[in-house]
Every structure is written in structure tokens, then in C-alpha cells.
Design a protein. Structure first.
Length: 456
């Protein structure tokens, strides 16, 4: 038998996990854990993950998605091409990246960057041909604009009218499914936001989903609830149970796995009820097995995780053909001398990043009485200055590792430093950057301010 042909349409994200351990909290914020990063992994997310999951179910998959013209977009396209045929649409702005910080197996926080929005004014023949020959169309909406493209919506609607099964995985910031959609797959939170009481009999379908034949609400460990168009009896809609352990599990990617499995099952000739049952089993197995990270993530080959966190600042400047300037120090008790240095440093380029010593770094260098102002407060004050574009707090004794990743065009210090003796100078010059020393404003220093305050 030939592989079922599935077209996945939607927004692709870059998922990144920084994984490590935590044995202490931050002195700047006692409730915030300090994570010692052991590794960084990244993989396609959103529609990209859905497409890969469909391919792993044995389908021949074409992914129609938008990719940015940046380094993250290039890595995404390369990773996707290993599994599926990619039809890339333009993306205005940077690749959307979702970075999870995980310590000891538990999610600490997530950092989202990038605000790219899909754009495709003219139909792309390859995408139209793929939709026209698909045995199932799966729309994976992550609210980044692909599902708003008019000609794509028209082709999906035409496929639905021809009888091609259409599965639509919605998003709160996305667009309504086309009329004639076979199956909409919201999770319980998405359904509740629309006031959809899916457990009632009969269920009152939200207007925006009224053009669908069936809706299945995924409920995590409770399985899924299937509401079919013909279900008008007073009995409650059927619940298809999941088989999940009671232990805490990483459910990231479960919704994508569910939609992918349902689409492949429909392409293979299964009816909606059978497809939903298959999808519940596949999503449960994925979660039980550790989630898509067990095979979809790839280790990032970089000198340090710091590079991944700093790359956006470097790329944002280089895309504008601008000059990135960096300076560093403690900036404890900000004074006129600091302001003068920062303003003159900013005049040397198009973007100024301040590399700020952490509290622990300062204590090691200056003793237990310093800093006088915690790092987070020092960073807030610096970011409030018009001449400062960003602040990076580093914990090493010197900013060498930060500079190796940031790669500034100009590194600025005060003239109390000998540029040839600074440990960061070889790092800056290694990538073609230059070191500039600027004269200080006489009579101003943090030490002098601290002594004056103590004397008073």
C-alpha cells in the first residue's frame, strides 16, 4: 500500500529546551532558582512538529508554512527537510522561538522571543498542487498568520467541498476553520474560552465552529469528548478515555500528536470515531514515552548555552548592517561618569549592549561589602537609559564568554584599563572587533560616592 498523502498547513515555531539542575536560589530573588545548564536542545514546534509526527505515522507529508530569513529559520528548514517536503512561505520578522528552562525534570519558566507574521500575497503552485492531491489536509494554527492567507483558505475550502477530510487544530489567536471542515480538535481550555459546554446533551456548538462535521475536545488525562454533527440525542457525547500514569508527565506536543494521528487515520480510510480513538492512543503513548523530545530534539552544537540567548541581539543588529557596541562593568551606584561613558559608547555604533557583572561576580572581585545595588535593580536602571539597548548579566569574573557569543564590533572601556592587558581583548579582536578606551569624567566613582554616603 502507498503512504497516505497528508498536507499540513500552519505556523512553525522553534522549540528550545535548556536542561540542567538546580541546587540553589538567586541572591537577587530568593524565590528564583539558579539553573546550571547541562545541555540545550532545539526542534521544530507548532505545525513543524505536527508534520513530523504525521510523517512518523507513515504518511507522505508536505508542510506549507512560513519561515523567516534568519539563522533560526535556516535551522528550522534544515531540520524539517529531514522528515517532510517543505513549501516555505515568507515570514515578516524574526522566527518565533519558545525556550523552556528545565531543572531536574521540572519546567522552571518559558521565554518567548520573535514576533514574525506570515505573508504570502501570491499563490504558490506547489502548495496549491499538494492540497489538490492530498488525502487529508491538516491545519495546525498557532496564531502567526498562515491560516489568514486568503488563497490558502480558498484551497482548503475547495478541498473540503470535494470531500477531502480536513482536520483543523485551532488557536485562540488564530482564524476560524473553513466551512466543511471534517474535524476540529480544540483542547479543553480553548473550548472553554468560547463558552462551549461540550459535555452537555446536545452540545451547543460555537458559531465559529458550526461549519464542521465533528468536534473533538481533548481533555488531557481524561481522554477526549467527540461531538458529531448528527449527535442530537439527549445522551451525553461519548468520552474516549486516555491511558496515562498518574505521575507528572511532560505533555508538550500531545495536542500536535493527536491532530497528526487523526489526520493520518482519516487519510487511511478510518471514520471519525476510529480516527479519534487512534489519536487518543497515539497522544497517550507519546506522553508516556517522554514526549517528542525523545527523538525530535537535536543537541545544539554551540560553545555554550549563552550563545543561544545572545544570538538575537547580534542578529538584530547585523540584519540592519549596523554596528554593535558593547561595554561592561559593575555600574554600582550609577553616576555622571557612567552616563558619559555609556552615551559616548552608543555614539560609536547602532546598538549598545551593557555586560553587567552579577552580584556574585562583584563580591568575588570587590569583597563582601559590594555590590551596593542588586543586579536586577542595576539592570533596570541601565535599561531605562535611552542610550542603552540591552543589558546582559554575567556571572563569570570577566565577560569573555559573553563576548565570544555576542561578537560586538566595538568593545568599550574606560581609560583606566590597558586594552592590551584586558583578558577580553583577544576575544573581541578574534572576530574582527576593535577595543576602544574612553576618557573618564574626573572626580566621579562608586567608591567615592559610597564613602561620602557613609561619612554623612
Amino acid at each position: 500500500m502507498s503512504a497516505p498523502r497528508v498536507v499540513v498547513i500552519g505556523d512553525t515555531l522553534l522549540d528550545r529546551d535548556i536542561v540542567g539542575t538546580s541546587t540553589r536560589t538567586s541572591p537577587e530573588a530568593p524565590t528564583a532558582p539558579v539553573v546550571d545548564a547541562d545541555e540545550c536542545r532545539e526542534s521544530p514546534g507548532g505545525a513543524g512538529l505536527t508534520a513530523i509526527l504525521a510523517a512518523r505515522r507513515g504518511a507522505e507529508v508536505t508542510l506549507v508554512t512560513a519561515l523567516a530569513d534568519d539563522a533560526a529559520g535556516e535551522r528550522l528548514e534544515a531540520a524539517l527537510a529531514e522528515h517532510v517536503d517543505v513549501v516555505a512561505l515568507p515570514l515578516d520578522g524574526e522566527t518565533v522561538c519558545k525556550t523552556r528552562i528545565i531543572a531536574d525534570g521540572a519546567l522552571v519558566t518559558r521565554v518567548d522571543t520573535g514576533h514574525g507574521v506570515a505573508r504570502a500575497d501570491v499563490p504558490i503552485d506547489k502548495a496549491c498542487d499538494a492540497i489538490g492531491s492530498a488525502e487529508t489536509v491538516l491545519v495546525s494554527d498557532y496564531g502567526r498568520g498562515v491560516t489568514a492567507i486568503g488563497w490558502l483558505r480558498d484551497r482548503v475550502a475547495e478541498a473540503a467541498l470535494r470531500g477531502t477530510p480536513v482536520v483543523w487544530d485551532p488557536h485562540p489567536r488564530g482564524h476560524d476553520p473553513v466551512w466543511g471542515t471534517t474535524l476540529i480538535t480544540p483542547n479543553a481550555d480553548e473550548a472553554a474560552r468560547l463558552g462551549f459546554d461540550w459535555r452537555s446533551a446536545p452540545a451547543d456548538t460555537p458559531r465559529c465552529w458550526s461549519g464542521a462535521s465533528s468536534i473533538v475536545v481533548t481533555c488531557g488525562a481524561d481522554g477526549a469528548v467527540l461531538i458529531a454533527e448528527e449527535a442530537t440525542s439527549a445522551s451525553a457525547p461519548p468520552v474516549i478515555p486516555a491511558e496515562l500514569a498518574t505521575m507528572p508527565l511532560d505533555t508538550c506536543g500531545a495536542g500536535d500528536a493527536f491532530a497528526a494521528a487523526a489526520a493520518v487515520a482519516l487519510a487511511g480510510g478510518r471514520d471519525v470515531r476510529q480516527a479519534v480513538a487512534d489519536a487518543v492512543g497515539v497522544a497517550s503513548a507519546l506522553v508516556q514515552g517522554g514526549g517528542p523530545k525523545q527523538w525530535a530534539h537535536r543537541a545544539v552544537d554551540e560553545d555554550s548555552v549563552v550563545d543561544l540567548l545572545l544570538r538575537p541581539a547580534r542578529e538584530a543588529t547585523s540584519r540592519r548592517d549596523g554596528t554593535l557596541v558593547a561595554t561592561g562593568g559593575c555600574f554600582d551606584l550609577l553616576h555622571v561618569g557612567h552616563i558619559s561613558l555609556l552615551r559616548r559608547a552608543r555614539e560609536l555604533g547602532d546598538r549598545l549592549v551593557v555586560c553587567l557583572n552579577s552580584d556574585e561576580s562583584i563580591r568575588r572581585n570587590k569583597g563582601p561589602g559590594r555590590p551596593l545595588v542588586p543586579a536586577q535593580d542595576r539592570a533596570r536602571v541601565l535599561r531605562a537609559l535611552e542610550c542603552v539597548d540591552d543589558v546582559i548579566i554575567f556571572d563569570d569574573d570577566t565577560p569573555e564568554r559573553v563576548l565570544a557569543s555576542l561578537r560586538p564590533d566595538v568593545w568599550v572601556k574606560g581609560d583606566d584599563y590597558d586594552p592590551d592587558a584586558m583578558p577580553e581583548t583577544p576575544v573581541v579582536r578574534a572576530h574582527g572587533g576593535r577595543v576602544v578606551v574612553l576618557g573618564r569624567v574626573p572626580g566621579h566613582s562608586t567608591t567615592r560616592l559610597a564613602r561620602a554616603a557613609t561619612a554623612s
